[in-house]
Each structure stands twice: as structure tokens, then as C-alpha cells.
Design a protein around this ligand. Structure first.
Ligand code: PLP
Length: 394
């Protein structure tokens, strides 16, 4: 089938396209009808057969296995290295609160307030609580940094962990995660990746990256529901983490008042999980794996580049982020001389176009409009977008 025929079929799966031009997938992506149905089917079965019946419990166990298998395909890890969380933030907090920090330890963070706060605040908290130093790496206008600087700091015997976003939430710049992975390995430093803006959008391979931990949600580029996320933790690195919570599903009593953790990864999953969310995530993973990440990447960039090309022709508009297509995702930030980002976002919404306003300089110093198209967006939507923007900026 041709690209246009494929796209036409895909668009039938996303009800939002009937009413809106939705280019805000960097915040929340819409979920396909098959996922809405999978979640409804789950709830019906849960209610008809009884939530704690053997059949429903077996179904939940099989769902967990399916999700673990699909995530392992998606990011190239073992199914047993997949921990179910609520969100990226929760996953990163499992790491920041799970390591036995010493006051002399050093954490290396890209850009400080230029990072997404989910991958900055947890480390500030560690610093506040344990006196650990958080070293913030200087960044250039596109959010990149000097890898030699990271290497220099990582050589310090107190360096304990490097943490990075895989792609930046504000301009889509793809960080040199494999290069930093090598530096982390060579210096025996733990390595944590916030992959909220990459899994489901570009190819992600934890083995190539060489990270110990990676957190991401279901609800962005995977097109899954909210309230469910994934923490990848390598088997080896799980030994340096103590679970943040403990309860009946994650520990057992070996003796009077003596607790022992159960096996990994279950010891990081105490309490019951968001099972309807898991059913949705399973369905959305199936959906995006069927299209294929390489096709998704191509489709995303086709639309992002068409939009970019049109915006470049508008005199009033400035585009942010890397020029080189290989160094960015489909996230496209822009500003205009004649209007502020908040007003543009709100006026675009009056035309039925959904995008977001985001920081481009960190700590709220400068805001831009962030468009973040995904594979189901069409060229006709780009044309309407540009027409509406021209009217707004006239
Ligand atoms: C890079 C990055 N990290 C973390 C988050 C927060 O994700 P969650 O809501 O899953 O905690 C976001 C959400 O926008 C993000 O873009």
C-alpha cells in the first residue's frame, strides 16, 4: 500500500482527527480506537467474571507477560527487566530514592533547569537530603553539551550517576546517549535515561545506549493511556536499588519481623497495579509495533519537516532546535516577533489546532510554541496549520 493509503487507514483509528488538528503528542498522544476497545473489554470482563476470579487474575498475569514481552522488543531488554510504574516521574524517583547515597557522591545532570523537571527535581531532593553534589553541565542554544566536560567529571572517583533526557521535551534535540553510555561504563558510573520523549517516536535500544535505568510513560509517543509507565532496570543494576515502597507483593516474612524482598522485578512493584491501564498499554504497544518504529520515525519527520519548511518561509517566525534532521525528533518549537507563545497557542486552539506552550530557555525565561506531530498527522493538516498561523500573525 502507498503512504497515503496507509495513512488514511491509520487516521480512521484516531477519532481526534475528525474534530481537531492535534499536534501535541509531546504532552499526551491520543489513543487509537483498538486501545479504547481493549480497555473497555478488560473492564467488562473484570466486571462480568469478577475482579478477583481465577480467570481474571490469569488474564492479568498474561497481560503483564505480554506487556513485558512487547516492551522488551521495543527497547531491546529482557522481559524481566521491565518494572511497571505510574509514570516517568515515578520511575526516576524509584532510582533517586533507591540508591544508598553518600554525602561525597556526585550526580551529573545535563543543563539543570533546562532538563525536564521530572529529571531534575528528584536529584535536587537527593542533594537536599544527603548533601550529595549535583553537577549541572553547561549547554549550548540547542541543549547539547561538551561530552569532554562530562568525561572529566565522570573521572572523579565520587561520580556516582549521570542522568540525561534521551530527547529534549522542548526542542526535540536527540542527545548523544551512546557516547555518554561509554563514558559511564568506562568510569563505572551509573547511567539513567529519561526516555519520555523518545520511546514510540524513534528507535531506542538500552543495550546500545548502555544505560542502567530508563523511565518512560505509556501516554506520549506510544499512544497508550495515562497512569501507567515503565522503568527499565538492568538486572545487574537492580542490585544497587532498594525499593522505595514495601508491602505484601514485594516482600515476605522469613521469621518474626524479618523481611526479605521477593525476586526482581516484582520487588519494585508492591501494591496492585493499574490493570486497565496495562490492557491499554498492551494494545497500544501492539499497535505501534505493527506499524514499526522506523516507519513511525519516517512518517513523523515527513510531517514535521513539511511544517518546518512552511514556517521557515514566514518572516515573523523563528524556529528553535537543531537544524540537522538526524539530531531531532518531530518536536518543532517556534516563536513569532509579533505575538507571544501563549496567545498563539490559544488562538490556534480557536482554529481547532492543539499545540503546547513550553520553556525554551529553562526556568520560564522564554516560552515558545511547541508543535509535536506524530505518524497519524497528515499533510492537509500542515496546510491548515500554516494558513491559520498566517491569519493569527497578520
Ligand atoms: C522529558 C520528559 N520527562 C518526563 C516527563 C514527565 O512524564 P510523566 O508524566 O510520565 O512523569 C515529561 C513529560 O512531559 C517529559 O517530556
Amino acid at each position: 500500500m502507498s503512504y497515503d493509503q496507509d495513512l488514511e487507514l491509520i487516521r480512521k483509528d484516531f477519532p481526534v482527527v475528525k474534530k481537531k488538528i492535534y499536534m501535541n503528542n509531546g504532552s499526551f498522544a491520543p489513543i487509537p480506537i483498538s486501545t479504547i476497545k481493549a480497555m473497555t473489554d478488560f473492564l467488562l470482563r473484570y466486571s462480568e467474571e469478577g475482579p478477583d476470579s481465577t480467570s481474571v487474575q490469569e488474564y492479568i498475569t498474561s497481560l503483564m507477560k505480554e506487556v513485558r514481552d512487547r516492551v522488551s522488543h521495543l527497547i531491546n531488554c529482557d522481559p524481566e527487566e521491565v518494572i511497571f510504574t505510574q509514570s516517568t516521574t515515578e520511575g526516576i524517583n524509584q532510582i533517586s530514592t533507591g540508591i544508598a547515597w553518600k554525602e561525597s557522591d556526585l550526580i551529573i545532570v545535563r543543563g539543570g533547569p533546562h532538563e525536564h523537571y521530572a529529571n531534575y527535581f528528584p536529584w535536587l531532593k537527593v542533594s537536599e537530603k544527603f548533601g550529595v553534589e549535583v553537577k549541572e553541565i553547561k549547554i549550548d542554544d540547542d541543549g547539547f553539551f561538551d561530552t569532554d566536560e562530562i568525561e572529566r567529571i565522570a573521572r572523579n572517583k565520587n561520580a556516582k550517576l549521570i542522568t540525561l533526557s534521551h530527547a529534549l521535551y522542548n526542542n526535540g534535540a536527540i542527545m548523544p546517549v551512546e557516547e555518554i553510555g561509554k563514558i559511564a561504563r568506562d568510569n563505572s558510573v551509573l547511567y539513567c535515561i529519561d526516555a519520555a520523549q523518545t520511546v514510540g517516536s524513534i528507535r531506542v535500544d538500552v543495550k546500545r545506549i548502555g544505560c542502567d535505568f530508563m523511565a518512560f510513560p505509556s501516554f506520549k509517543w506510544i499512544c497508550g493511556p495515562t497512569g501507567i509507565g515503565i522503568l527499565y532496570c538492568s538486572k545487574k543494576s537492580s542490585e544497587v536499588l532498594t525499593p522505595q515502597y514495601v508491602g505484601g507483593e514485594s516482600a515476605i516474612l522469613t521469621d518474626h519481623r524479618n523481611l526479605a524482598s521477593v525476586e526482581f522485578p516484582q520487588r519494585f512493584q508492591t501494591g496492585f497495579r493499574n490493570y486497565v491501564g496495562l490492557a491499554g498499554l498492551e494494545s497500544s504497544l501492539r499497535y505501534i509495533l505493527r506499524i514499526g518504529i522506523d516507519s513511525i520515525r519516517k512518517m513523523n519527520m515527513k510531517i514535521a519537516d513539511e511544517l518546518r519548511g512552511s514556517l521557515e518561509k514566514m518572516e515573523d517566525v523563528s524556529i528553535y532546535g537543531p537544524q540537522d534532521e538526524r539530531l531531532r525528533t518531530s518536536i518543532l518549537p517556534f516563536g513569532a516577533k509579533s505575538s507571544d507563545a501563549k496567545t498563539i497557542v490559544s488562538k490556534l486552539e480557536d482554529y481547532g489546532i492543539i499545540v503546547a506552550e513550553r520553556d525554551i530557555e529553562g526556568a520560564g525565561k522564554k516560552k515558545v510554541v511547541r508543535a509535536s506531530p506524530h505518524f497519524y498527522n497528515a499533510q492537509s493538516e500542515v496546510e491548515s496549520f500554516v494558513k491559520s498561523l498566517n491569519m493569527i500573525l497578520k
